[in-house]
Structure formats: structure tokens, C-alpha cells
Design a protein. Structure first.
Length: 254
């Protein structure tokens, strides 16, 4: 058998996962890191190397996704700056911590918190009205979301998107803004990981995730623009609750 075809067969599942995860992430503002990181760790990749690989992929997928959201006018640029700057600072710190310290101890508490937020968003979706509010707590969310995203291999979307929506922000522009700001976060985290771990985290799996994610990135922005706010809230709440409960189960079981 041709070695090239054998390599293609091995990489196809990762392309599929990258494509599906990015469609969800682009439309709902979360899930690419959680889905991809969980997959890599389940295949035996060390947590720091898995997080480094996923963030290197997200540097490309978030660039394409951010451009798509900007084209479809899904970005609140004032909110973008308020999130991006503290997010980059928190991300660099989180990447350094994960590269040198085991952060698994706090993970169950974070996942329990995200589960509660997911349930709250489902309640909000059920009682949804057209009234929206300008979020007041933004910069701390950016810092905490950036730190947890790097330290936990995923968390920017679940922490930042869900909390902004819980404060009453408009779903479409919140998702678009959080996705666009994520490019600068992932680029910073990837650069930090490279300085700490070198290039050893970049495997065939990350190449597959990259191909699938880049192909899917434009579709998420279109969905976020066209799907009604109540439906977006319901989907975000469902994805956040299910992924957090699964992660919590795995953390407690291990």
C-alpha cells in the first residue's frame, strides 16, 4: 500500500473532528478547544503538548473565523479591545503555568462552574426576551478566560461567551467578537508554548485538525448571523453544559 494513502487514512478522522468542532465554535463561540483537546488527551498526548497543538491550530482557524465574522458585521470593536488585551495577558501567564505546573487540581471546580453557567443560559433561553444589556464585567472575564484557556487546553469561549451572554449581551455580536479576539489570544499562547516546549507538539493529529478547522471556519460566522438569538442561547447552553459535565466526570474519575 502507498505510504501516502496510509497517512491520509490516519489523518482523515482528525480533519473531520477539526471541521465539526470549528463549525460549532464559529457559530456558538466555543467548543473547538474543548473537543479537540479532549480528543488528543484521550489518544495519550500529554496535556501541555495537547494544549500547544490545539492552540497552534486555533491560530489559523480563528484568523479565518475572525475575518468571516468581521465581514458579516458580527464584531463589536469596543468590546473586542476590552476582551483582547487582558485575554492575551492571561493567556501568556496560563501557558507558562501549564508548561511548568500541574493545573489539574482546579479543573473540576472550573468545570462545575461552567456547568452551572450552561444551565443558567438554558433557563435564559427558555425565558428569552428581545431586551439586551451592555455587559459590565468584561476585562476580568478576558483575563480569566485567557488564563484558563491556556492552562486548561480550552476555556476562552465557555468562560467569556457564556458569561457575557449571562449578563444580557446580544448573542450574534458577542459570539463574533469573542471569536475574533481569540486569534490574538491563541497566537500569544502558541508562541509561549513554543518557547517552553519547542516544536514537539506539532503532530499529524494537529495537521488534521488544522485542515478541517480552516475549511469550516467561514461557515460558523454565517450561522451566527442567521440563527435567532433564542436558538443561539439554547445551543450555547446545551453545548456548555454537556461538555462541562463530561469533562467533570473525566476529572473526577481519573
Amino acid at each position: 500500500m502507498d505510504p501516502t494513502s496510509t497517512e491520509l487514512i490516519h489523518i482523515l478522522p482528525f480533519i473531520g473532528v477539526g471541521f465539526a468542532a470549528q463549525v460549532v465554535d464559529g457559530a456558538l463561540g466555543m467548543a473547538f478547544g474543548v473537543i479537540s483537546n479532549t480528543l488528543l488527551i484521550s489518544l495519550g498526548v500529554p496535556p501541555a503538548a495537547a494544549s500547544a497543538g490545539v492552540h497552534s491550530v486555533e491560530t489559523f482557524t480563528t484568523a479565518v473565523s475572525g475575518i468571516s465574522h468581521a465581514v458579516h458585521r458580527n464584531v463589536n470593536w469596543r468590546l473586542f479591545l476590552r476582551l483582547m488585551i487582558p485575554g492575551v495577558i492571561g493567556g501568556a501567564l496560563g501557558a507558562y503555568v501549564l508548561s511548568n505546573i500541574d493545573a489539574a487540581v482546579v479543573k473540576p471546580f472550573i468545570l462545575a462552574y461552567l456547568t452551572a453557567i450552561g444551565i443558567y443560559l438554558l433557563i435564559r433561553a427558555w425565558r428569552h426576551t428581545a431586551n439586551t444589556r451592555e455587559p459590565k464585567v468584561v476585562e476580568p472575564l478576558g483575563f480569566i478566560g485567557g488564563f484558563l484557556d491556556a492552562a486548561g487546553g480550552g476555556g476562552w469561549g465557555p468562560v467569556v461567551t457564556s458569561n457575557l451572554l449571562a449578563q444580557g449581551a446580544t448573542p450574534r455580536t458577542t459570539i463574533g467578537t469573542v471569536n475574533t479576539a481569540e486569534f490574538f489570544l491563541t497566537a500569544t499562547i502558541s508562541a509561549t508554548f513554543i518557547t517552553q516546549l519547542g516544536w514537539g507538539a506539532f503532530t499529524m493529529a494537529t495537521v488534521g485538525l488544522l485542515i478541517g478547522g480552516v475549511l469550516a471556519a467561514p461557515f460558523g460566522a454565517i450561522l451566527a448571523k442567521r440563527v435567532p438569538a433564542r436558538t443561539l442561547l439554547t445551543l450555547v447552553g446545551t453545548i456548555l453544559t454537556l461538555t462541562s459535565l463530561w469533562g467533570l466526570y473525566q476529572a473526577i474519575a481519573s
